[in-house]
Design a protein around this ligand. Structure first.
Ligand SMILES: Nc1ncnc2c1ncn2[C@@H]1O[C@H](COP(=O)(O)OP(=O)(O)O)[C@@H](O)[C@H]1O
Ligand SMILES: [Mg+2]
Length: 160
């Protein structure tokens, strides 16, 4: 497990950071987002969507549990679905069921808001991104790399 921290000074900076991260994404990646309401999780997903050339608007999936956007991987422009989940209201059991859902299109990249609601259900291979409110427009964004999948990409991620 390794952690590094980026300070974002505005919503646009958070989106830009996510756009940069999107260049490293591969099909099957799982991003676990942690942080209070208003800390910037959905803003970050918006940046990911931009990087993946998603044209649909990104909204919090709080009342839908799951939103699926069609995009393309920056590397090779391969079609990929961005699966946007929110675990705020889910029981751990429901989280598991949802992740196993046949309805999820493949290939996909998963991004989970309120992922800490069911930490015990996290896959070994995931990137944890935690958001902390520092000031009105300041956010501390910490990346925690777990598993081999991300460890190999750690240095690239660090250059974000
Ligand atoms: N540096 C920043 N990064 C992200 N959002 C920020 C930042 N500074 C201020 N904000 C504001 O904070 C709010 C974050 O909302 P949102 O991304 O929906 O958070 P969450 O999904 O964590 O509840 C937005 O109103 C956004 O404009
Ligand atoms: Mg949100």
């Amino acid at each position: 497990m390794r952690t590094f921290v980026v300070i974002s000074s505005s919503p646009l900076a958070t989106e830009r950071l996510a756009r940069r991260l999107s260049r490293l994404l591969r099909e099957g990646d799982i991003l676990c987002l942690v942080g209070e309401l208003g800390s910037g999780k959905t803003t970050f997903v918006r940046g990911l969507a931009q990087g993946l050339r998603v044209t649909q608007p990104v909204q919090s999936p709080t009342f839908q549990l799951m939103r699926v956007y069609q995009g393309k991987l920056p590397q090779g422009q391969v079609p990929v679905a961005l699966v946007h989940l929110d675990w705020f209201r889910l029981s751990p059991q429901e989280c598991e069921t949802l992740m196993a859902e046949d309805a999820i299109p493949l290939p996909a990249i998963y991004v989970i808001e309120w992922a800490d609601r069911a930490r015990e259900r996290w896959p070994v291979e995931c990137l944890e991104i935690s958001f902390e409110w520092m000031s009105n427009e300041g956010r501390r964004i910490a990346f925690r790399v777990g598993g081999k999948r991300w460890e190999r990409r750690l240095n690239e991620t660090r250059r974000l």
